[in-house]
Design a protein around this ligand. Structure first.
Ligand SMILES: CC(C)=CCC/C(C)=C/COP(=O)(O)OP(=O)(O)O
Length: 386
């Protein structure tokens, strides 16, 4: 298949420009938080779009070793090999609910988030998580053999697997170089570094389960699935909330509740994301309706369909074959769609998880506007169709 054929118009930055159907619009305030996030310029501060001079290179990566003789360096390769592919993916936008949620949570705990100068720590933590998230998507697309990300060919297709895998890892570590500048309290900084390390290990354990299952090595049950998603999907928003807990000096009991909220919300997000990948017209336009079937992904819908219903053997065979044959992909697609109860059960589970997440956080969130926004954002996560 000519993958460029399917490329749709690039959607940049703002969630409201994405192709949501009218009933499932993201909350209006999400755009305002996205704009604040962009105005803070944190992404470019952590990762410039282009390195212009050798002094700029040394200033951006102060720990970079250079030989005493070096009066010049290959800046073009840094720009073309890392900064361009990274910003290409970042500038495609996405819903950006993770950084927005970080800002709203800080607001709920008393920060005036519109004051960018006074909240550099909060913006840094949202930027850190957004960069790591983009790095994880870049490598995830390579591991899943995906074709499109945010309406354009995946980074590894556009720039090569070598560039994509290196840039992805770079995005995990480079933002940490600047932590001293933004998190000035030593104790908070030490806590955040520990949290970062723990959650990055969790992220890769979660991803490992996902990979082994799409390879057909192990057939997961619903319990396995939940263990996978609280590590693969809930991890980065949880990392943000736990780090905010350190920066804002929240009580341990509050941080525990916040983590529990994000565990459930992240799981609901992933279940809904996978339902969308199989069902939504908008998704089919932006990516490819067979994407998850070709990957062999064991989403909750698929786990349900493999547990009960017709054509289990056929579905499993096609999932494990990673075929590009459209007739076969359509066969599996149809067989999964015939099992409406597999979708209904997953949908019910996502809704219950959002309710559960709300029960966890309701008592710890101070009453007010920010709390209402967090509730609205949680609802959007299960009602959206892209
Ligand atoms: C350590 C790594 C690489 C972690 C990946 C984290 C992650 C949530 C990837 C996207 O999930 P997905 O594959 O379920 O979503 P999509 O269908 O958008 O690719």
């Amino acid at each position: 298949m000519n993958i460029l054929r399917k490329v749709v118009k690039r959607d940049i930055i703002f969630s409201s420009q994405r192709k949501f159907s009218s009933q499932n619009q993201p909350p209006e305030f999400l755009q305002a938080y996205n704009q604040l996030f962009i105005k803070s310029n944190i992404i470019n501060e952590l990762l410039p779009k282009k390195i212009e001079t050798i002094d700029h290179l040394k200033e951006t990566f102060p720990t970079l070793l250079s030989s005493n003789r070096a009066k010049e360096a290959d800046l073009a390769s840094v720009n073309k090999g890392i900064l361009e592919p990274a910003h290409d993916l970042i500038d495609r936008g996405g819903k950006r609910w993770r950084p927005a949620l970080g800002l709203i949570l800080a607001e709920a705990f008393g920060r005036d988030i519109k004051n960018l100068e006074a909240n550099k720590d909060v913006y840094y933590l949202s930027g850190l998580v957004e960069l790591v998230h983009n790095g994880s998507l870049m490598i995830d697309d390579l591991q899943d053999n995906s074709k499109f990300r945010r309406g354009e060919p995946c980074t590894y297709i556009k720039y090569g697997a070598d560039i994509a895998s290196n840039t992805s890892t770079f995005l995990y570590f480079a933002p940490l170089l600047k932590i001293d500048k933004y998190i000035t309290d030593k104790k908070a900084r030490a806590k955040i570094l520990t949290i970062f390390n723990q959650e990055m290990v969790n992220l890769m354990l979660g991803q490992n389960w996902d990979i082994n299952w799409h390879n057909g090595k192990v057939e997961p049950n619903a319990n396995f699935y939940h263990q996978m998603v609280v590590n693969k999907t809930s991890t980065l928003p949880r990392m943000n909330a736990r780090s905010l807990g350190a920066a804002l000096r929240l009580k341990n009991s509050q941080v525990v509740k916040l983590s529990s909220f994000l565990n459930s919300l992240g799981a609901a997000f992933q279940i809904q994301d996978d339902i969308i990948a199989l069902k939504s017209q908008e998704y089919a336009q932006e990516r490819d309706k067979y994407e998850d079937i070709r990957e062999g992904k064991r989403s909750l819908v698929v786990i349900n369909a493999l547990k009960s219903g017709k054509d289990k053997k056929l579905i499993k065979e096609i999932l494990n074959s990673h075929t590009e044959d459209v007739a076969k992909l359509e066969q599996a697609y149809k067989a999964i769609h015939q099992n409406q109860s597999a979708f209904d059960k997953a949908d019910k589970e996502a809704k219950q998880l959002v309710e559960k997440s709300w029960t966890a956080i309701n008592p710890v969130l101070p009453e007010g506007d920010a709390k209402k926004k967090i509730e609205e954002l949680s609802q959007f996560i299960i009602k959206r169709n892209l």
